[in-house]
Design a protein around this ligand. Structure first.
Ligand code: FES
Length: 153
């Protein structure tokens, strides 16, 4: 007998979260469009970033692909909403695959989601070149070891 999809995949597949799209011309929107060479499936993922906090306030996706790819992108939208760009850029496909219990043959479907969020973030940085510098400076300033006082204490 053929093994079916895991129930978590079916849940996201039958009720995908955050399907849709945003205006890619909006300056606070980053768009990622990626394809899986193995199967030809395509995923578009968009993030809207709050310029005050540098966190993702809204996520939308459209996936032309298999059930696992749709479930991976649906789950990803829930995962990264509210995250900082830095944290969202660290999301690994293995994390998605584990949550959805994807079999090895479906790992590339979750890879599509990882590629898509990375691509959306990089598009956002391309449109907002000043954001990254500010963001990194802020991060360094918050690290205690970066201050001479802490280093010599
Ligand atoms: Fe290609 Fe799932 S079979 S993305």
């Amino acid at each position: 007998a053929r093994r079916g999809y895991h129930e978590k995949v079916l849940d996201h597949y039958s009720r995908p979260r955050n399907v849709g799209s945003m205006d890619k011309k909006d300056v606070d929107v980053g768009t990622g469009l990626v394809g899986a060479p193995a199967c030809g499936d395509v995923m578009k993922l968009q993030i809207r970033v709050d310029p005050e906090t540098n966190k993702i306030s809204e996520v939308k996706f459209k996936t032309f692909g298999c059930g696992s790819a749709i479930a991976s992108s649906s789950y990803l939208t829930e995962l990264v909403r509210g995250m900082s760009l830095d944290d969202a850029g660290q999301v690994k496909n293995t994390e998605i695959a584990k949550e959805l219990c994807l079999p090895p043959v479906k790992l590339h479907c979750s890879m599509l989601a990882e590629d898509a969020i990375k691509s959306a973030i990089s598009d956002y940085y391309t449109k907002n070149p000043k954001v990254k510098a500010t963001d990194l400076a802020g991060t360094a300033a918050q690290m205690p070891s970066a201050t001479p006082e802490a280093a010599t204490a």
